[in-house]
Design a protein around this ligand. Structure first.
Ligand code: ADP
Length: 153
């Protein structure tokens, strides 16, 4: 069975931090499913289709990366994708505390799933989609924080 990881997130938008986590995880897995969580109650800055198209563009040359949108529980997506791994990035101890709860609850619901954490590269650990959105909303230039090929409009 191919080793598949699900990398869930909002990716509103994909940043250099996300890209780095995906690229560093590639040698560990046969396939990485970048899974854009769609939450009708959570207003995003960029539409679902745009967020998906950007990720597809950045990883166009990487056959191991697949991009999907999903609603519902991440463990249900793991079942659907035959994935035993959830991939997450860790920037700070605050990330760790938050992620620990989610990972432990996911494991309690679906014991076959392991969450794999990759520590952010130090130079990328300050980059968050939230700050990128703030820059864009206020008319600033956030292009240094997102992969080449993503034009934030
Ligand atoms: P969510 O809405 O689930 O927090 P995000 O799109 O913000 O989704 O993040 C998805 C994943 O990417 C999370 O595991 C997050 O910790 C990780 N991540 C975000 N930014 C960075 C970064 N700069 N370096 C490493 N990991 C990051």
């Amino acid at each position: 069975m191919p080793k598949t990881a699900v990398f869930p997130g909002s990716f509103d938008p994909l940043t250099l931090g996300h890209e780095s986590i995906i690229r560093r995880a590639l040698p560990l897995f046969d396939e990485i499913v970048v899974a854009i969580g769609i939450n009708a109650e959570k207003k995003t800055l960029f539409p679902d289709e745009k967020r998906k198209a950007w990720i597809e563009k950045v990883f166009a040359g990487e056959p191991k990366v697949k991009v999907v949108s999903y609603t519902g529980l991440t463990i249900d997506l793991c079942r659907k994708m035959n994935s035993n791994y959830i991939l997450r990035g860790l920037r700070t101890s605050a990330d760790f505390e938050f992620e620990r709860g989610i990972a432990q609850m996911n494991k309690a619901m679906l014991n076959s799933v392991e969450t794999i954490f990759i520590l952010s590269s130090p130079e990328l650990s300050a980059i968050t989609s939230t700050i990128v959105r703030d820059i864009v909303r206020n008319g600033g230039d956030a292009s240094a924080f997102v992969p080449k090929g993503i034009v934030l409009k």
